[in-house]
Design a protein around this ligand. Structure first.
Ligand code: SF4
Length: 329
């Protein structure tokens, strides 16, 4: 029997190279395992999934890996123009996270360990085949900083885009970072490979000035906003798509009268879109969620600077599945 991880951690061509099976048979096993969820020649994936369904049909699920540690992933429904429901899957790249963002539940865990490529792909596999989600989009915005684990994340993206496996176009895959400048540089090189040009980069910025950002994101002490901007410029210069600038709006912290103009001054000249994420309070949060009035006022202020801006819909808050709330288990 073939261990499931052998197929979860490899593209088809890699699997064919390493397999003892004749090439055509290896390809058949690979395709059927990924497309049907199982194959008689492959050991069933022993990971156990537990799912929580929320009122708005967002599902957060826990996946227990071989060592008993769990990842959290979120399936978010999106209704297309035709009315058909498809799903965006938010993947975790680490168990816990070392980045220590003060607004984030996952940060309270610290970094427990890196996920392997197989453990990342297993999240897709279980969402697709055990929870029957028609996954059309992937975002690396779950637990962990993906740029801190690119050795596993980049091969995972190759498998997700492999038309013999998950077959998700690169244009529908996004990776979000705290502004890991070195990682953005490596991701920029990856983006220039055949078939990867349309992949998306999101940077969680959360402030237009360094003092405010430092209080929210300790990485700012090691990687200045200037360095982050330089890495983003490198992405654009290399032909990358406009960058999504994520801004978790926390009342009284980063929604002051100058906040939007500071952000606009910092990013001036770089193609981007600002995505305002109303803060989802973590457990024992010192801050409340912003009111709709807070959010609308900030969005108006950003729009007045000329930056494209939109608001991220808040979903899954009731089961701690919203942005920044993973890691409660
Ligand atoms: S926001 Fe992301 S990078 Fe920051 S601590 Fe949370 S999981 Fe880590």
């Amino acid at each position: 029997m073939i261990p499931a991880d052998h197929l979860l951690s490899r593209t088809l061509s890699d699997w064919q190279t390493r397999s003892d099976l004749p090439s055509a048979e290896a390809a058949d096993v690979y395709r059927r395992f990924h497309r049907n969820g199982s194959h008689p020649a492959v050991c069933p994936d022993g990971r156990v999934v537990a799912a929580v369904q929320t009122e708005d049909a967002t599902r957060k699920f826990l996946l227990t890996h071989e060592d008993g540690l769990q990842t959290e992933s979120v399936i978010m429904p999106i209704e297309g123009r035709s009315g058909r429901i498809r799903h965006t899957l938010c993947l975790s790249s680490q168990i816990g996270c070392a980045m220590g963002c003060t607004f984030c539940q996952t940060a309270t865990m610290g970094r427990v360990r890196q996920l392997t490529t197989a453990e990342i792909i297993a999240q897709w596999h279980h969402a697709r085949h055990h929870l029957d989600a028609q996954v059309s989009n992937i975002v690396f915005m779950g637990m962990g900083e993906p740029m801190d684990n690119l050795d596993a994340v980049l091969p995972a993206i190759e498998i997700l885009t492999d038309h013999n496996a998950a077959a998700i176009p690169a244009s529908r895959i996004g990776v979000s970072t705290v502004g890991h400048a070195e990682g953005i540089g490596r991701f920029t090189q990856f983006m220039q490979r055949d078939g990867m040009h349309q992949i998306r980069l999101a940077v969680s910025i959360n402030a237009g000035d360094e003092p405010t950002r430092r209080t929210l994101m300790p990485i700012t002490r090691a990687v200045s906003m200037r360095a982050v901007r330089g890495a983003m410029q490198g992405w654009i210069d290399a032909g990358g798509r406009p960058i999504l600038l994520e801004y978790v709006l926390i009342p009284g912290v980063n929604d002051g009268p100058d906040a939007a103009s500071l952000l606009a001054a910092w990013i001036a000249g770089l193609p981007c879109r600002v995505n305002v994420i109303p803060y989802n309070p973590k457990v024992d949060s010192p801050w409340p969620a912003p009111t709709d009035h807070n959010v609308d006022a900030f969005i108006d202020a950003v729009a007045r600077t000329g930056l494209p801006v939109n608001r991220r819909r808040t979903i899954g808050r009731s089961v701690m599945a919203a942005c920044g709330q993973l890691g409660t288990a």
